[in-house]
Design a protein around this ligand. Sequence first.
Ligand code: MN
Length: 338
Amino acid sequence: MKRIAIEEAFVTHGVMNAWRDLLHTGAVEDGFRLMGESILADTPLNAPLHQRLLDVGPDRIAQMDRDGIDLAVLSLTSPGVQVFEADLATALAAEANDELAAAVRRYPERLAGLAAVAPQDPQRAAREIERARRELGLVGVIINSHTHGEYLDLPKFAPLLTAAEYERMPIYLHPREPGPGLIGPHKDYGLYFATWGFAVETSLHAMRLIMSGTFDRFPKLKVILGHMGEGIPFWLQRIDNRYQLQVRIGAVKPLKRLPSEYFLENFVITTAGVTSNPALRLALEVLGPDRVMFAADYPYEDPAEAVHFIEQADIDEITRAKLFEGNAAALFGWPIHR
Ligand code: MN
């Protein structure tokens, strides 16, 4: 059995420099300013993180060896290109995808990649998804939640979703700090960060996709949520229950199916960043053994700890093999033990 980790972050020098340039201009979203000031600051504490994010070479492979990770699916770290204007974002995404594809070609047994795209220009994002799949061999798409406060359910993003569905590229809906409409109350106490705000932002995005009927329009679209499903598995029964009430009183337009049916059909989740046995038990009970997969969230989390968590979890060996390998292989169309 291989251990496949599917929410593993990297960054290019191009994107890192462009983030710094943007922060210096002053015209940035509140959330990105807060994140940038903490994560991007040139401090001795941040230096090892930046080094690990920028490395897609032998040092990363050696770290994977130490941690017991056989295959890492890399993606451009949050917020990726989604903070830039459309032209710059589109160019930086293509450049990042080229660099990622080159790294995967160097280590085809150890690395795979999700394509970055710029939702700011949905048509060009759609073409980049096609290029990433057909020319670069990337296996999915990374979307770092909102783009200038907009979410993928809006009709303007249909070309992006059409391409992802057609090319069979699952979309990893990854967190970032809350969008402009949500950031206000999250500015205090560090709540904009991964303690809370990331899950608020990302679960909202996922719920917008479900409640907008996006999966009636794109029934084959697959969405991956990290962090044990960003809280949604816990709420699923109540979501259905209150949705049905809202339909009865005319407070919401009925969907073809229940919210939970879309969640269980169109979504899969990963363990990224969660090492809680009760959370894993709940996820497996709600989603079943075929829709939960392993991720470590390197370099923000310790992959050795994440591996140990699944190794010691009180689950049967078939479920363990599905978490580590089988479910990711099924999602990305890989043979087992590829
Ligand atoms: Mn992550």
